[in-house]
Design a protein around this ligand. Structure first.
Ligand SMILES: [Zn+2]
Length: 83
């Protein structure tokens, strides 16, 4: 499969970076941590609710929390602020 034109959707959620993994049958979307060797996973439901599926093996980045509002990693970016 060619890498050309491949677009990954990157999400920033309270200090962690994720890439979109897959859309599930119920409409929810699974996200995987961008860090190698981290099994961190989360899910976003159609109503916007989030659920942590697998815990991260590292601490969240304060810097990422700070820049979440301004960063642009790819054309598409999904930003959610969770309090
Ligand atoms: Zn992680």
């Amino acid at each position: 499969m060619s890498q050309k034109g491949k677009e990954i959707v990157v999400g920033l959620f309270v200090g962690y970076r994720y890439r979109q993994d897959r859309r599930n049958a119920d409409g929810s979307v699974s996200w995987r941590c961008l860090e190698t060797n981290c099994a961190g996973r989360m899910k976003i439901f159609t109503d916007g609710q989030t659920q942590e599926i697998t815990k991260h093996e590292h601490a969240p980045s304060d810097i990422l929390v700070t820049i979440t509002k301004t960063i642009t990693i790819t054309k598409k970016i999904f930003i959610t602020i969770t309090k």
